[in-house]
Design a protein around this ligand. Sequence first.
Ligand code: UD1
Length: 338
Amino acid sequence: MKKILVTGGAGYIGSHCVVELVKSGFQPIIIDDFSNASPATLQNVFDLCGREIPVITGDCSDEVLLRTVFKAHEFEGVIHFAAFKAVGESVEHPIKYYQNNLNGVLSVVKMMEEFGVQKLVFSSSCTVYGTPTGSVKVTEETPLGVPNSPYGWTKLMAEQIIKDVAKNGKIKAVLLRYFNPIGAHESGKIGELPVGVPNNIVPYMTQTAAGIREQLTVFGSDYQTTDGTCLRDFIHVTDLAIAHIAAINLELDKEIEIINIGTGKGTSVLELISAFEEVTGKSLNWKFGPRRAGDVEAIFAEVEKAHKILNWSAKRGVKKAIEDSWRWEQYRLKHEVV
Ligand code: UD1
């Protein structure tokens, strides 16, 4: 079985990817420091995988630790998820973000070079496009913009680090630029575990419907969009996880391949709320509030390249994602998963 190192493999996207890797016949090895993941759901990951998965508890920017991991296993490739991802927190604590996210990627590529592991798949984000000046449907050729937060800058800078390292021919990388990942595994047993008050919209919605939060605030009603609210490309986390399998299997004929991972469709915040109410049969308590600083009015993915190169496209829509997120929220409440 081909071994894949999955940094951040206990986290939201990482854990879904681990399940898909096992389904596709790979042996994932997880390294995670559990700073934003719960050991409580690891057993569920194992249950979904049908077996236990090796887990190294630690920080992937710890070179000494990482070296022992690379010594112990012969990896076919690395999928690097481990990073902090809260936009607002990154504005308050930029050093924490630059240190963690950049040291992480640096250690990973250094070990890959040292041990001759060629294939890297990196979690990037549509935040690297900043506020698109042309079409809001962005292609991989759309010029990079000014990210709206230190978090966004760490993604842009990590991309640059990987591009520079790949120039020496020792590593080859697929940079996956995610749009807005939402949803949960359809079993309802793994999903996103926001720490404290959620920043992202779907966890805020499910927590409001569950009575944990009182009311959802929709940030802004006067954007130049069909209904005045922001437009995003919401992608189901399982579809996103499957895109990583296609990326790890890709025979790269060049050093770097950059691919947008989205549905290609924009959904407004109000449309998302309607979908939530329709799917769950619950009426959501929400109100309009002022715009949130740093929000991009509208952005969604051109997904032609993902289709052509990875032979991948999103199969699950927004309603399916909400249904699964809601199942996960209820599971969490019942089993007190925190
Ligand atoms: C941003 C980044 C994304 C990154 C993610 C990490 C952009 C375009 N996207 O997503 O690349 O991976 O952060 O967290 O920069 N909203 C509300 N009320 C809420 C929460 C959100 O109305 O309580 C609205 C926001 O204003 C936004 C939409 O919902 O219009 C989505 O917000 P969110 O889920 O936070 O994701 P982004 O900010 O789009």
